[in-house]
Design a protein around this ligand. Sequence first.
Ligand SMILES: Cc1cc2nc3c(=O)[nH]c(=O)nc-3n(C[C@H](O)[C@H](O)[C@H](O)COP(=O)(O)OP(=O)(O)OC[C@H]3O[C@@H](n4cnc5c(N)ncnc54)[C@H](O)[C@@H]3O)c2cc1C
Length: 455
Amino acid sequence: MTNYDVAIIGGGIGGLMAAYQIMQNRPQSKVVILEKGYELEKRHCPAGKDKACLHCKICSITSGYAGAGAFSDGKFNLGTTYGGNIGSELGEDMAMEYITRVDKILEGFTPDYPPLYRSSEELKLKCLQHNLRLLDMNVRHLGTDRNLRTMGALIAHLKAAGTEMRTGAECLDIDEKDGAYELSLSPAEKIRTKCLVIATGRSGADFVKKTCQKFGVEMGANSVDIGVRVEMKDIIWREFSSQIYEPKILYRTKTFEDRTRMFCFNQGGLVSAENNHGVITANGHSFADADKKTENCNFAILSSIHFEGDFNKPTEYAENIARNMNFAAEGNIMVQRFGDLIRGRRTNAHRLQGGTVRPTMKAFPGDLSIVMPYRALTNIIETIYALDAVAPGTANDDTLLYGCENKYYSLCPKHNGDFEIADNMYLIGDGSGITRGLSQSGAMGLYVADRITGR
Ligand SMILES: Cc1cc2nc3c(=O)[nH]c(=O)nc-3n(C[C@H](O)[C@H](O)[C@H](O)COP(=O)(O)OP(=O)(O)OC[C@H]3O[C@@H](n4cnc5c(N)ncnc54)[C@H](O)[C@@H]3O)c2cc1C
């Protein structure tokens, strides 16, 4: 049985950054990254504009080296206002120090590192005048293609530095034996490690839950976001995207006084599908290269639901809605024109083709209201009208809504203040329920690496 100093489960940005920093701090360490997905260059999603999701056993969008962020838009949010809670976990100054370090490391692997988009007072005011809150953030936009090159360079560096990098290696179980952890892998093999970093992202939610239950780690309550991916002509949001790249806007709805947010904006982008344990949800991304831009932009509108009292299964709840949406869309994502939703009729192929917005993803034309809960749908509709006040055209009849897009943040296992959930067992990144984005997950990886190596 092979012995390691540190085993990292998950090869997303959190796991990669942890490995990078451990090798920097203590180059002689024997470190392995276990990743259930494929090498970066072998990751390929067969779905696309004309083909629906094929429900691959290992989803190439969410799994493989560089994790769920590999084919993302590569937007690195260099702040703590959103993208996770490490600001409140570590304190603002410490969190910013680690986020800035992620940025510096990425710069070292990116010959053509792009400039920062900074927040705009003028747009903030415009939003405030319409009951909307534009969040402050400096954003580094790598774009999907450059992000892939940067991740490729980081992975090559880790291999050259002596990190053992395994693909197709899923960790199934963890046991504690004689002061070390024994990991059971698929294909069948056991390895031992003194220290363990779990960086399994959202796709590893079940694994984290099982591990926490096994090691008696208490799990806190959390919320879930249910919403849609919205697609329209790019020109409608260009005033915002040309200045700040990514508008992230909060709104309090009139009927329920719930908080909704406009989130994950992709200029010239594509709508994509994400497979979470066989449940297909919508997402979006865009390329930095001008020749790969589409004439559309897309973003999510999400309605947050908090659970209190006896029922506290936010992930299962949202997954059931997504599963029903897949069922009503014959195993696919559903798409509906905003005008059809408002008029209470389903979108059919004819109405979709007749619209001015050409869909960038092949989805099933239908009626979101047969599945989406009334409260969430009301919140989404009110948010679209509110956004229309600052970007007229958002509430156009031809605006497309893809359902559903969910963000799961459940669990939040209790940790010791340094993200250690059991002796020498650390839980980082999106799988911890603490982060929701690339920069903060990477920052958590660096932070934990410093703790492991005594820095
Ligand atoms: C389409 C899309 C677009 C996005 N765009 C952006 C963006 O522009 N900006 C941004 O900040 N964030 C974006 N995000 C979110 C971002 O990708 C995540 O926040 C980030 O990837 C989290 O990093 P992580 O390392 O914590 O987890 P992940 O990236 O999810 O990596 C976890 C890895 O662990 C592996 N794994 C899971 N379980 C096991 C196991 N048992 N054994 C072995 N391996 C396992 C998975 O295969 C995966 O590769 C996007 C996400 C998606 C899906």
